[in-house]
Design a binder for this molecule. Structure first.
Ligand code: PEP
Ligand code: MG
Length: 596
């Protein structure tokens, strides 16, 4: 049956593939294809794991003390029965044989099928048996991990035996789990929850894979192996499309490839407006390996290195100074003389250190984590960790131009404490004879309070960078990761645009560099508006650089200025911003400006 789901478009393009349903807790299970010649060996891995778990449970049962509760023994019986029942094994085997999935993937795919069947059961007792299957699957996965600790390297994995792309469908994906995407086979994803600037969405954009979030019922109504079209431009998911619809989307995929190739020719063209204003095009990166994509896209530096991704998926063990230093140095060297802006760790809110998805996070912590101990607040509360990071960043500056960026400042006191910590780290390095260069220090302006006390911050910092994702969240009191209020997350709100404009204007007046590194910078709808506000430095995902550059090359920054001023100096900013929104949507901003 064909049907459609609507969500939020978060990463552009079209993906067409078979649905792989993965529960959030199992996204880190390895997903790779095995060569047809290894099907037999993979099935044996499954059997060996099953035999090991059977032996483990049998031994456990034999060793049960006489006074152990009867329920425990009954539970072990049920688990042994499930393991010895052929249904789970046969169906899992089928995924391996027919789809060439690795054993772990086949097992979790089959679990998703069974979980649905259990969820649909009327009888409470039977429905609850799902937990037993889950525990058995968990034990099997653990046994397989013990049997083959080193996962196959993704790069060495053969292409799909069926040559059919796959798309991931999940209730939610933790930002930490998004890192696994770089090592998986998925061509796109759909989640039930999330907002357009949630970190899951941001990582999707950085990977340049089509994605739709906030599809609400997606993971409940889409079935394993359904054919799914993800329209990342419209936020639409089409399940089991008709042949005509499919052909239309295949056509759009081809068109997009052609457009990309055309845009890639702009790679080495300097970004200069029609009236000769040079614009700096910087890249946002999450991991050191992303620097290559930044260079390939023609970025002239890194405007935001989200260092917190180095801190994730580590079972509580944070990266030490040496490990961080190596990571930062590798980026600096990859950028080959171009500046690298490293943001100090920004964990908390929707970026927990461990593999917790946002919905789990909300569930566990009733309080609002976005207003809690995140970003610089967390760093200042962990002085030893913070000093290690600062030292690692400073040391990387011996290999090229490094800037240090401080996230989520709201108080001048926090700024001073941070600068003190930097001075102390510099002293420690000097005492230890470790080399470091001059590092400019910048403040992220992403809390309205920081925008409103900007002159005080400008006195302390060398540059500022507007984190518009959070600035919008905190100005409008809209959780950026919550799809139920996503319609109110409005970058065109006059309060937001006025704050951005005033930060750019004041920074320029003070002679301090200012850039935007939030998602707005990579959204072509805002390029002309930001240019008109005086912005000359944009930082975005490498994949967005070419399309934004194309708009810059066609824009005349001076002619747009009066229109912006009209919107903000009038007594009806709301209407002024609505005009801007409408004009930008039709790309007619230049024509709309009053004759002067
Ligand atoms: C922002 O808030 O705009 C920003 C760039 O930081 P992050 O998205 O990582 O919170
Ligand atoms: Mg932010």
């Amino acid at each position: 049956m064909s049907f459609q789901l609507f969500g939020l478009p978060v990463s552009r393009g079209v993906a067409i593939g078979r649905a792989v349903l993965v529960s959030s807790s199992r996204i880190d299970v390895a997903h790779y294809f095995i060569p047809v010649t290894e099907v037999g060996a993979e099935i044996s891995r499954l059997r060996v794991a099953r035999d090991a778990v059977v032996a483990e449970l049998t031994a456990l049962q034999e060793d049960l003390p006489g006074d152990a509760p009867a329920e425990l023994s009954a539970l072990l019986d049920v688990h042994l029965m499930l393991l010895n029942d052929e249904t789970l094994e046969l169906a899992t085997k089928q995924w391996i044989e027919e789809r060439c999935y690795n054993a772990e993937w086949a097992l979790s795919a089959q679990f998703e099928v069974l979980a649905r069947q259990f969820d649909d059961m009327e009888d409470d007792y039977l429905r609850e048996r799902k937990a037993d299957i889950e525990q058995v699957v968990e034990r099997l996965l653990r046994a397989m991990a013990r049997g083959s600790p080193a996962l196959v390297d993704a790069a060495a994995k053969p292409a799909s035996a069926l040559n059919e792309p796959l798309v991931l469908v999940a209730n939610d994906i933790a930002p930490a789990d998004m890192l696994h995407f770089k090592r998986t086979v998925f061509a796109g994803f759909v989640t039930d929850v999330g907002g357009t600037t949630s970190h899951t969405a941001i990582v999707a954009r950085s990977l340049d894979i089509p994605a739709v979030v906030g599809a609400r019922e997606g993971s409940r109504v889409i079935r394993q192996d359904d054919l799914v079209v993800i329209d990342g431009d419209a936020g639409l998911v089409i399940v089991n499309p008709s042949e005509i619809v499919l052909e239309e989307y295949r056509f759009r995929q081809r068109q997009r490839d052609v457009e990309r190739q055309r845009l890639s020719r702009l790679r080495n063209t300097p970004a200069v407006t029609l009236d000769g204003e040079p614009v700096e095009m910087l890249a946002n990166i999450e991991l050191p390996g992303d620097a290559a994509a930044a260079v390939a896209a023609g970025a002239v530096g890194v405007g935001l290195f989200r260092s917190e991704f180095l801190f994730m998926n580590r079972a509580g063990e944070l990266p030490g100074e040496e490990e961080q230093f190596e990571a930062y140095r590798s980026v600096v060297q990859a950028m080959n003389g171009m500046p690298v802006t490293i943001r100090t760790v920004d964990v908390g809110a929707d970026k927990p250190l461990d593999r917790m998805s946002v919905s789990e996070l909300r569930h566990e912590h009733a309080l609002n984590p976005a207003l809690g101990l995140r970003a610089i607040r967390w760093s200042l509360s962990e002085p030893a960790m913070f000093r290690q990071q600062i030292r690692a960043i400073l040391r990387a500056s011996a290999f090229g131009k490094v800037k240090l960026l401080v996230p989520m400042l709201a108080h001048v006191g926090e700024a001073k404490q941070t600068l003190d910590a930097i001075a102390r780290a510099q002293q420690q390095l000097t005492d230890a004879g470790k080399p470091f260069g001059h590092v400019e220090v910048g403040a992220m302006i992403e809390v309205p309070a920081a925008a409103l006390v900007l002159p005080s911050l400008l006195k302390l910092f060398d540059f500022v960078s507007l984190g518009t994702n959070d600035l919008i969240q905190y100005t409008l009191a809209i959780d950026r990761g919550d799809e139920s209020v996503a319609h109110l997350y409005d970058p065109w709100h006059p309060a937001v645009l006025q704050l951005i404009e005033s930060v750019i204007r004041q920074a320029r007046k003070a002679g301090k560099a200012v850039s935007v590194c939030g998602e707005m910078a990579g959204d072509a709808a805002f390029t002309e508006v930001l240019l008109a506000m005086g912005l000359r430095s944009f930082s975005m995902h490498p994949s967005q650089i070419a399309s934004v550059k194309q708009i810059i090359l066609r824009a005349n920054s001076k002619r747009l200025l009066p229109l912006i001023e009209g919107a903000f100096r009038s007594d009806d900013a709301w209407t002024g911003c609505e005009r801007l929104r409408a004009a930008a949507a039709g790309r007619t901003l230049t024509e709309l400006q009053p004759a002067s």
